[in-house]
Write a protein of this length. Structure first.
Length: 441
């Protein structure tokens, strides 16, 4: 099974022969189905006007679809080679390019249900806007890679499970817990200073990269002798005028630990409700997208390729959810698409050996199960889930190889046996207790 960078040994140096080529809104990526643009949406928070402009761009310049990423961002595919200037103008007009020099580093995820449900957890959404503004104003932050990730968790333990580089979470008493990489090496800061402290942690990482002489893009890639420490972070925060203290060891897993919001209606405070839906394989038509944006003029994109629509009157939620189901979006937890992901595959990716999305659609109704499943068009396994609780299908010239932890891989599964083999793997007893929610890019 593949390892995420955070699981890789720090004894193995990170060696790269090129710079970070992560696509952005201005740096387009050439794919087999045209050019691709990735638009950062900090915290996944998007107003209706900006959302509609993205749909217009997909229709006018792309293939009429919008793809959601595992960081709550949006991708436009099928773009023409000469559309960059027009796309940039559209995005700037929508307020989605506040700092062109920093557009690829605005990778911020936050708890999608923050302030929307009845758990009474702190609303961290104001941190998103403040951290984004600080990032865009920092000359040093422009040096972060397009893969560096900030996670702002409201205390339920959802986005803090995504192995972000810099994490923030409220911890009571007007304080926030901040860690960069290892949660056991956290510091405490005031909630008011939290976004500034997060930026300071990112700048500390960049200094560690320079001192190490590496091309590390993520905190977990730093060599051990240059690993970030809570004590040194505390001193850097003090130098920046932010009071901080090394935190006591964190307690065990929170009872509130959560993954992706379940599809359905989320009752909120004061008679309001939010809707949580998923896009099958993370791909929406512009018609679906506009339907979502038009409900309350606000959407939140989740790191699990879902969409939360906040601010509906409670009495109108059921009818609105039924309308979204009619468009083909996932609105119920028992959908076979609840925990199925896939890379782009053919025809969009030149390295792919199969049309993984079409193959997934062909068998998923007959291959249900509690474990997540990820379809990969090649050995790179782009977009695979985190952890061990997932089934890995990898296209090869001889068919699909099927992997699940604790079992010997099954090589070259024939098409007629794919559905039963996958269903069996998704019911693997020894990993059934894991939740298949977390995914990575």
């Amino acid at each position: 099974m593949p390892q995420s960078p955070s699981a890789a040994s720090r004894d193995e140096p990170v060696i790269r022969d090129r710079g970070d080529a992560c696509p952005g809104a201005l740096r387009l990526h050439a794919a087999d189905d045209g050019f691709l643009a990735r638009v950062r949406i900090p915290g996944g928070m998007l107003g209706g006007a900006a959302a509609r402009l993205l749909a217009d761009a997909a229709d006018r310049l792309g293939d009429g679809h919008l793809d959601l990423t595992s960081r709550g961002n949006v991708q436009l595919r099928g773009l023409g080679e000469s559309c960059g200037g027009e796309l940039a103008a559209l995005l700037a007009g929508a307020g989605l390019l506040p700092a062109p020099t920093h557009e690829r580093v605005r990778n911020i995820v936050s708890s999608p249900l923050a302030g929307l449900d009845r758990l009474g957890l702190p609303d961290v959404s104001p941190w998103v806007a403040e951290l984004d503004a600080l990032l865009c104003a920092s000359d040093a932050a422009a040096g972060l890679s397009g893969r560096f990730l900030f996670a702002l968790d409201d205390g339920r333990g959802d986005v803090s499970s995504l192995d972000a580089d810099v994490n923030l979470a409220p911890c009571g008493g007007g304080r926030a817990r901040l860690w960069a990489g290892d949660p056991r090496d956290a510091v405490l800061v005031s909630s008011q200073d939290a976004p500034r402290a997060a930026l300071t942690a990112a700048e500390y990482f960049l200094e560690a990269v320079r001192q190490a002489g590496t091309r590390a893009w993520r905190v977990a890639e730093l060599p051990p002798e240059h690993a970030l420490s809570g004590a040194r972070l505390t001193q850097r925060l003090a130098d920046a005028g932010v009071r901080a203290a090394v935190a006591a060891p964190a307690p065990g897993p929170s009872a509130r630990s959560a993954g992706a919001p379940e599809p359905g209606i989320v009752p909120g405070p004061d008679g309001t409700a939010a809707l949580s839906v998923l896009a099958p394989l993370g791909r929406l038509t512009t018609a679906q997208w506009r339907r979502l944006a038009g409900l309350t003029d606000r959407v939140r994109l989740t790191p699990w390729r879902g969409i939360v629509v906040p601010g509906l009157p409670g009495h109108a939620a059921a009818a609105a959810l039924a309308g979204l189901a009619e468009t083909g979006l996932v609105t119920a937890p028992d959908s076979p698409w609840r925990s199925v992901t896939a890379c782009t595959g053919k025809p969009g990716c030149a390295k792919a050996l199969a049309d993984v999305r079409a193959d997934a659609r062909a068998v998923m109704e007959r291959a249900r199960g509690p474990l997540a499943v990820h379809w990969s068009g090649c050995e790179r396994r782009c977009g695979h889930p985190r952890g061990s609780a997932w089934v890995d299908l990898v296209a090869t010239p001889a068919g699909y190889d099927l992997h699940v932890e604790g079992r010997a891989p099954r090589r070259g599964v024939p098409e007629q046996e794919l559905a039963p083999a996958l269903a069996d793997a998704r019911h693997a007893d020894h990993v059934r207790h894991h939740r298949p929610d977390s995914v990575q890019k």
